[in-house]
Design a protein around this ligand. Structure first.
Ligand SMILES: Cc1cc2nc3c(=O)[nH]c(=O)nc-3n(C[C@H](O)[C@H](O)[C@H](O)COP(=O)(O)OP(=O)(O)OC[C@H]3O[C@@H](n4cnc5c(N)ncnc54)[C@H](O)[C@@H]3O)c2cc1C
Length: 430
């Protein structure tokens, strides 16, 4: 079976791929475009929770983005995703408390769709592209990309070759390894020396009441620790499955769903690796496997009360009457101290104490710490231009290529690649 030749093939229907596709079809409707995804529906944050941040630098990798460039494109992202912004209250109160102890609270424009409503949003976006003539090959995996004297082409499911004038590779975080394989085979230099490692906390909304005032509060602590991806209303911790291990993550349903009075969010520490360790991904896999090994094939969870006493959590500790809620993601009750590197744990614990001073409650003994939450999005290909081009006709964008760390920045990255494609095809309007 053959899809024939296309002007542009886009690998991945996540926000980075969609951003590229919308921009290309808007600016040059006659281009033939194929979007390929190994899933039936894109599998990243657009589908899960779909919290959108519209304030630089949230989600942007600052070495690739200036404020002006991000803000120019965020207005285009907004046009397509049509966010309904959340109100914030009492920001100054929290800010003052934070500043006194060396913590920064960012003021971020946010919208939240919720996992139950995100499919409808994705459907609307795909239908719109469909009406513009974009072709889709879903549940089809791209296994290789070539850009050489024989032309530019992608290989689907190892057998089918599709030729293209330009290719946008946007496989997201889960496509991290695929991207590395393509870069290695194509001889594209890259570094992968940054990784975020941390815990996901789960507690009651009463113990983290700031969520009533600010949906996803962004606190920046010393030692490279920050809060990330806060979910409340009807919120759950979930497993992110990889080959050989599981990580934790979190999401929430829309405000239309009845609440479960739980909140979850991550505290992540950014680690920049220096010579001789060069792969953040390898370190992440190593840490994740260790935690899953100790957890008997699952991540670990420990109550703050047990952690403070220096003892492991057990099934019993999760059933005592002190604990007013059950874990939304029951993994293995255990001892994080055995799995989290000491320096990471120390810095995260220090951040938790500061957070408890700003929003009293998070150190309640019932709060659960889940581990590991790890973000492996730090492939940094050697880009040839500001449009994220990595070879004559191939562009790499989104979380997998380290140009973004969130939905809106991923979409903006796709637009930047599309602008480069239009220019190189001589289709620029201005
Ligand atoms: C559970 C979860 C919740 C999240 N919640 C949020 C949130 O609320 N807000 C936020 O800003 N960010 C969130 N994120 C992060 C968010 O997913 C990413 O920042 C964003 O989706 C990155 O966009 P992307 O287009 O680069 O990649 P993705 O959205 O991951 O899309 C990549 C697509 O490529 C496909 N793909 C991968 N490899 C191949 C291949 N070889 N062949 C064909 N297709 C392939 C995948 O199936 C996927 O659909 C969340 C992530 C997860 C995992």
């Amino acid at each position: 079976m053959s899809h024939g030749d296309y002007d542009v093939v886009i690998i991945g229907t996540g926000p980075a791929g969609l951003g590229a596709s919308f921009h290309l079809t808007e600016e040059s409707p006659s281009l033939s475009i194929l979007m390929v995804d190994r899933e039936k529906i894109c599998s990243g944050g657009l589908l899960n929770d779909c919290k959108q941040n519209y304030t630089y630098p949230i989600g942007f990798v600052v070495e690739n983005w200036s404020r002006d460039e991000a803000e120019r494109l965020l207005s285009q992202v907004e046009k397509h995703l049509q966010p309904v912004f959340k109100e914030k209250m009492n920001l100054e109160v929290y800010r003052r408390r934070a500043e006194r102890i060396g913590v920064t609270l960012l003021d971020v424009r946010q919208a939240h769709v919720g996992t139950d409503r995100s499919r409808a949003l994705i459907r609307r976006l795909m239908d719109e592209l469909d009406s513009r003539g974009v072709h889709f090959a879903l549940e089809r995996e791209v296994t290789d990309v070539f850009d050489d004297s024989l032309g530019t082409r992608v290989v689907i499911n190892g057998v089918e070759t599709v030729c293209a004038r330009k290719v946008v590779v946007a496989p997201g975080r889960k496509g991290f390894r695929f991207l590395q394989q393509v870069m290695e085979r194509m001889g594209i230099d890259y570094v992968d020396n940054v990784v975020d490692v941390g815990v996901r906390l789960e507690t009651t909304a009463d113990n983290y009441s700031i969520v009533n005032d600010y949906y996803d509060p962004k606190f920046i602590f010393p030692d490279g620790v920050r809060t990330f991806c806060t979910n409340s209303g009807c919120a759950r911790v979930v497993l992110e499955r990889y080959q050989g291990f599981n990580l934790v993550n979190g999401h929430a349903f829309s405000e239309e769903r009845a609440g479960n009075n739980l909140v979850n969010f991550a505290l992540l520490k950014t680690i920049g690796l220096k010579d001789p360790v060069r792969s953040g991904q390898q370190m992440a896999v190593f840490l994740a496997r260790l935690a899953n090994e100790i957890g008997g094939g699952k991540p670990l969870m420990q109550r703050v009360g047990d952690f403070r006493m220096g003892k492991r959590s057990s099934a019993e500790t999760f059933n005592e009457d002190l604990y007013s809620f059950f874990p939304s993601c029951p993994v293995t009750a255990g001892d994080l101290g055995l799995a989290v590197p000491a320096k990471i744990m120390r810095h995260i614990w220090a951040a938790m104490k500061k957070l408890d001073t700003i929003v009293p409650g998070i150190l309640h003994p019932s709060t659960i710490m889940y581990y590991p939450e790890i973000k492996m999005y730090a492939n940094k290909p050697a880009f040839l231009d500001r449009h994220f081009r990595v070879s004559g006709n191939v562009y790499m964008v989104g979380d997998g290529a380290g140009t973004s760390r969130g939905i809106t920045a991923a979409w903006a990255s796709g637009i930047r690649a599309a602008e480069g494609i239009l220019r190189s095809l001589g289709r620029t309007v201005s």
